[in-house]
Design a binder for this molecule. Structure first.
Ligand SMILES: [Zn+2]
Length: 99
């Protein structure tokens, strides 16, 4: 029993010592600021996708465009088709922007 309990404990200590030595070796290797850059990039990469996703979800919910509605390419507001002043090259301009 005592031997079984001791064996994994020694292994843990060995692994810990190994990883600490590895960390110390990496720190001295990348003491030129590379470690800091990696951390910054990881933080930014983690935040940006989340922000993009929420923005897309919002856009889909905020603009439930109906068949009789259009999005003005000038003011980007959704208007009823009756407020469409003119359409040119796929660009739809509302009466307010055309005025
Ligand atoms: Zn407009």
């Amino acid at each position: 029993m005592a031997t079984d309990y001791d064996a994994p404990r020694k292994t843990d200590e060995d692994v810990e010592q190994d990883s600490i030595q590895e960390l110390q070796a990496r720190r001295s290797d990348k003491s030129s600021g590379v470690v800091d850059e990696d951390e910054t990039e990881a933080a930014e990469g983690f935040e940006l996708p989340g922000a993009d996703l929420s923005g897309e979800e919002l856009a889909v919910r905020v603009l439930p465009r109906q068949a009789d509605e259009f999005t003005c390419t000038s003011c980007f507001l959704v208007h009823h088709r009756s407020q469409l002043a003119y359409e040119k090259k796929g660009q739809m301009i509302c009466t307010e922007c055309a005025a």
